[in-house]
Design a protein around this ligand. Structure first.
Ligand code: NDP
Length: 253
């Protein structure tokens, strides 16, 4: 009886320490997660938190040899440029036969963001679409077999509230449009893959202190990622195709 009480107390304390998210038993991975753009910012913190929770982590970087902080986590580091089809295909072939439970399409750029209609430069805005909208689809398509053979079947797009049409306050034409495109691509993906047990969601990480978010941003990467890891853990079939912030609040399209 005493042992039972001790186990219940320990489980409760572990839950408190981890914000209610699961931890692996020693030596047993909770699953495998692949995170794009994991060499810095939000991606690096995602890799760190999943690693400490006991997941097998694959973090990608455009220049793996320079991804020293990611390497220091002791995770598997893979080269990936999400705009380059050859790079994406090469990653898929290196991962052939490896089941993935969670794919987090995190890589993104602020890009050339045209503050006004008159400034809009059509050529300069294209990279935002290549990285932010098409990149996640390219990676998801290439890793589909890995995800289909995993038990998690979670595809997470790190988008932004700036991609919400309803909450648009103007400006940043390029970035907003690229994230809106990502949002609708994810919705189509969710409709197509949902019947096979996939849960494909869009997450807004909050305004986070990274190279992209800047120093005056509200949240640390730890705060944002702790929230997102918990949201991802609690995803269920009914979450498929939805848009949440890092605290699990549903956002309008
Ligand atoms: P950072 O600029 O700190 O990091 C961006 C990451 O994306 C880097 O690892 C970068 O790699 C990688 N990346 C950029 N282009 C490519 C590419 N072509 N192929 C592969 N990787 C690439 O940004 P954050 O960590 O702040 O942003 C992460 C995600 O969160 C983005 O999708 C962003 O839009 C989103 N977001 C961020 C917010 C914030 O406040 N910070 C708010 C809302 C959304 P490299 O080092 O090689 O450039």
């Amino acid at each position: 009886m005493n042992n039972l009480i001790r186990i219940i107390c320990l489980t409760f304390l572990t839950c408190l320490a981890t914000g209610g998210t699961a931890m692996a038993a020693p030596g047993k991975a909770l699953g495998t997660v692949l995170i794009t753009g994991a060499n810095r910012g939000i991606g690096l913190e995602l890799a760190s938190q999943y690693k400490s929770r006991g997941f097998q982590v694959i973090g990608t970087a455009r220049k793996p040899e320079q991804a020293t902080e990611l390497q220091a986590l002791g995770v598997r580091v893979e080269a990936l440029d999400v705009t380059d089809s050859n790079s994406v295909k090469a990653l898929a072939s290196r991962l052939d036969g490896i089941a993935l439970d969670i794919l987090i399409n995190n890589a993104g750029i602020a890009g050339y963001s045209a503050g006004s209609f008159q400034e809009f430069d059509f050529d300069q805005v294209m990279p935002s679409f290549e990285v932010n909208s098409l990149g996640p689809m390219r990676v998801t398509q290439a890793l589909y077999k890995n995800l289909a053979s995993g038990s998690g079947k979670k595809v997470v797009q790190i988008s932004s509230i700036m991609g919400s049409v309803e909450l648009n306050r103007g400006g940043s034409y390029g970035y907003r449009a690229s994230k809106s495109a990502l949002n609708i691509l994810n919705k189509s993906l969710a409709i197509e893959l949902g019947p096979d047990g996939f849960v494909c969601v869009v997450l807004h990480p909050g305004w986070v202190r990274t190279r992209m978010g800047g120093e005056s941003a509200q949240l640390t990467t730890q705060e944002s990622v702790t929230g997102m890891v918990s949201v991802i853990e609690q995803l269920k079939p009914a979450s498929n195709g939805r848009f949440y912030d890092y605290q699990g609040k549903e956002l309008p399209w």
